[in-house]
Design a protein. Structure first.
Length: 193
């Protein structure tokens, strides 16, 4: 059994949000927005030119509308909106980013946030994979959640490499031997067999 204690900080959450936005970057949405803007521009400019003849004002309005549309789908705006809607800004102001205790067992992990009275247990078969990003290790779980392990929990790069290798090995082993795992506990052979 090994325990890691760490505090998640603003930069950790920002790193996860940036990664998540990049991962879900929708080229299709950008193309649809561009096509919509071109159609809007054609109709708007045509109508403005026919009705008013003040082409300069119409072009200026069109540029402003286009800038607003493309800013709305920009990664920077998406990151800002996620930060705001998730309540992380309020946590930051209150100084309430969580202290986390990660316990690594032979059969799985336990992630505990005492201040919020939260304790999640995952067997290695319940963890789909591990990813490394700039500030975090991300554990993808079967319940469609991401569990964060801050790199600040480790004293050296070697410890981070050992953790990553250990988790990767255990996750792969659990996938290969599902029959041995049940809800975080390894099944033991019946002594009478």
């Amino acid at each position: 059994m090994k325990e890691l204690n760490y505090r998640l900080v603003k930069e950790d959450y920002k790193n996860w949000i940036r990664w998540n936005v990049a991962r879900h970057d929708s080229k299709k949405m950008k193309i649809v927005t561009a096509v919509f803007f071109v159609i809007f521009a054609f109709l708007f400019l045509g109508r403005s030119f026919v009705l008013s003849g003040n082409f300069f004002v119409s072009v200026l309005v069109l540029i402003l509308v286009g800038a607003a549309m493309f800013y709305t789908i920009s990664p920077q705006n998406q990151e800002r909106m996620i930060w705001k809607k998730s309540g992380l800004g309020r946590l930051e102001k209150a100084g309430r980013f969580p202290d986390v205790k990660l316990t690594i067992l032979e059969t799985g992990i336990t992630i505990e946030v005492a201040a919020e009275n939260v304790k999640n247990e995952y067997s290695f078969k319940d963890i789909l994979g591990i990813l490394e990003i700039e500030r975090l290790f991300l554990l993808e779980t079967k319940d469609k959640a991401w569990q964060f392990v801050a790199k600040s929990a480790f004293e050296s790069p070697e410890q981070m490499e050992e953790f990553y290798a250990f988790m990767e090995e255990r996750i792969e082993d659990a996938k290969a031997h599902l029959e041995r795992c049940e809800s975080g506990k390894e099944e033991t052979a019946d002594p009478d067999d």
